[in-house]
Write a protein that binds this ligand. Structure first.
Ligand code: SF4
Length: 221
């Protein structure tokens, strides 16, 4: 049922030229994940080049790293998480989407969340966070991440947490205590415990060390 509702929204999105990003996209990048089983909606910034070519969010280098971190924590990207972005079309040169572009695309974002009805929303990076919360100058993502908060989406309240964007982790390899990668791991574990404690999957057991080792093998910078 959710799948059918999302197909209708996706059809409208495919025809959309409500902002200038519609003129330069190759594909809309609508979502990834199983809408019938997902308990978490994860919101990223915007599609990049690989996403624009494939029509799937978080499939480039940063996306692969996110998938590794999810799997390492025991969260299934395929079953537990429904992944979307604040805008469905790629901004040229991967620039940050403007407020006007995010505002034009908001109706699709809100429809997706309303259809999924997640137990929690994960805001991945500063752009996603600022789409829901006004930050003062002292509130950097490093200070806000990892905290549960309530956000309002189209008049409905959802439990939400902000995490680092995986592209930030590509530049920070350390798994030392307090490092961005270690904090990412802790945040995802917190999300899993809070949201998926009654969900069981058979997982490959990636330890944190393995995530780091695999990442290095993939030659992430
Ligand atoms: Fe339409 Fe959103 Fe694409 Fe802009 S980014 S053209 S609002 S689908």
């Amino acid at each position: 049922m959710k799948k059918e509702c999302l197909e209708i929204v996706k059809g409208k999105c495919n025809d959309c030229h409500a902002c200038a990003l519609g003129n330069t996209r190759n594909n809309i990048v609508f979502s990834d994940g199983n809408p019938e089983t997902a308990k978490i909606v994860l919101i990223g910034e915007a599609p990049g080049e690989t996403e624009d070519m494939t029509g799937t969010p978080f499939v480039g280098r940063a996306g692969k790293l996110l998938t590794e971190f999810l799997a390492g924590t025991g969260i299934s990207r395929e079953e537990d998480v429904f992944i979307i972005n604040t805008v469905k079309c790629r901004p040229p040169e991967n620039r940050v989407p403007t407020d006007e572009e995010k505002s034009a695309c908001r109706k699709f974002l809100e429809a997706q969340i309303d259809i999924i009805k997640p137990r929690a929303i994960v805001l991945c990076g500063a752009t996603a966070l600022k789409s829901f919360i006004e930050l003062d100058k002292k509130q950097t993502i490093s200070k806000v991440r990892g905290q549960w908060m309530n956000i309002s989406v189209d008049g409905k309240e959802y439990k939400a947490m902000t995490i680092f964007h995986p592209s930030y982790l590509l530049r920070n390899h350390s798994m030392e205590e307090g490092s961005p990668r270690r904090l990412m791991q802790e945040d995802l574990q917190n999300i899993k415990n809070e949201v998926l404690s009654d969900v069981n999957h058979d997982f490959i057991d990636f330890s944190s060390d393995n995530i780091f080792a695999k990442d290095k093998q993939l030659s992430f910078v």
